[in-house]
Design a protein around this ligand. Structure first.
Ligand code: AVJ
Length: 324
């Protein structure tokens, strides 16, 4: 049997949580929405376009690094299983699978993603293209469902790429790394983690406020997702895109700032939200890391740094970690 799918979070549960998150986030004084809601169909396409922007370096930097280190990584690990967190339809995954299944070595690929349809189509294409592969897809939210990932049946490599970990604040980030440690029980298991690095403020801020305005559209699109999810009437164009680097907290912050008074009805929540000019919704944090910071956060989760790979410009790091 080459294909199996487990559903940890179904659409009803996702809808319930969106309602809870929208209510909590939009009735608070400092309004916020979780960044995971950017990625509906339109949002995922906009993000893909972001990754192709000249200003947005992380995806290119990570892909180049991965290509460079992969041969060595294969020699070092040769996993029987690859668990990928927040898998999406990633092209990077294919580079890894190319290397890991070379020579016919059988591999079980276990992607975890909230989007069942994306998982299904990705699985179908991978099964067609990689005869040595079996796929165990897991539909779920990596902040809630990691503990449900079954124990390994061989040597396991977990991958969390793209600096998605940068979206999490310190508390949830620690919890996630602890849970990742939990699905890597053996000394020979490994975690491959992509992290964006602290660098020149200008470079950081430009990456999140591109000249073509794609990141602005991406940011505003979260309001379309909320409109659809809770029957709201946000006018996305009435909100300005704001992105800046908060050096004290080592993070890019993205906000949507009302430019004129707005009265927004969220029908399904029976909630009316008022904005004065300048009132903002905090839509994303994207933390930037340093090597010492990464070593500390790994250690706190019972992991140790095995290898630290950076690109020549020191923009992005691929971190190989192991249970300590
Ligand atoms: C997908 C979370 C890594 O934080 O850089 C890109 C998302 N937001 N431009 C990031 C994003 C604005 C991205 N991550």
């Amino acid at each position: 049997m080459r294909y199996r799918m487990d559903v940890y979070t179904d659409e009803q549960a996702q809808q319930r949580r969106l309602e809870e998150d929208a209510r909590r986030g939009l009735s608070a004084r400092q309004k916020s929405l979780p960044a995971k809601y950017f990625y509906d169909r339109v949002g995922s396409l906009l993000f893909e376009r972001i990754t192709e922007l000249p200003e947005y370096y992380p995806t290119r930097a990570e892909a180049a690094l991965l290509a460079e280190i992969l041969p060595g990584l294969v020699e070092e690990i040769l996993p029987d299983e690859i668990v990928e967190i927040g898998a999406g339809s990633s092209e990077k995954t294919r580079r890894v699978l190319d290397a890991m299944t070379a020579g016919g070595h059988p591999v079980r690929y276990m992607p975890l993603d909230v989007d069942r349809l994306t998982l299904e189509s990705t699985a179908a294409r991978l099964l067609r293209d990689y005869p040595a592969l079996s796929v165990h897809a897991m539909v779920g939210d990596f902040e809630r469902d990691l503990t449900r990932v079954p124990p390994p049946t061989g040597r396991r490599l977990a991958m969390f790429l793209g600096s998605t970990i940068g979206n999490l604040d310190a508390g949830p980030r620690r919890r996630l790394l602890e849970e990742l440690r939990g699905i890597l029980p053996d000394r020979a298991d490994r975690l491959l983690l992509g992290v964006d690095l602290v660098k020149d403020v200008k470079i950081l801020e430009t990456a999140y406020d591109d000249a073509a305005g794609i990141t602005r559209d991406f940011n505003r699109n979260i309001l379309n997702v909320i409109n659809r999810g809770v029957d709201g009437n946000f006018h996305p164009e009435a909100f300005r895109h704001l992105a800046f680097y908060n050096a004290v907290a080592s993070r890019i912050e993205m906000h949507l700032v009302a430019e004129s008074p707005q009265v927004v009805n969220l029908g399904r929540l029976g909630l009316t939200v008022r904005f004065r000019p300048g009132d903002a919704i905090w839509t994303e944090s994207s933390y930037k890391f340093t090597r010492p910071g990464v070593e500390i956060m790994l250690a706190e989760a019972g992991l140790r740094l095995v290898r630290w790979h950076v690109d020549p410009a020191n923009y992005f790091a691929l971190v190989l970690a192991a249970p300590s």
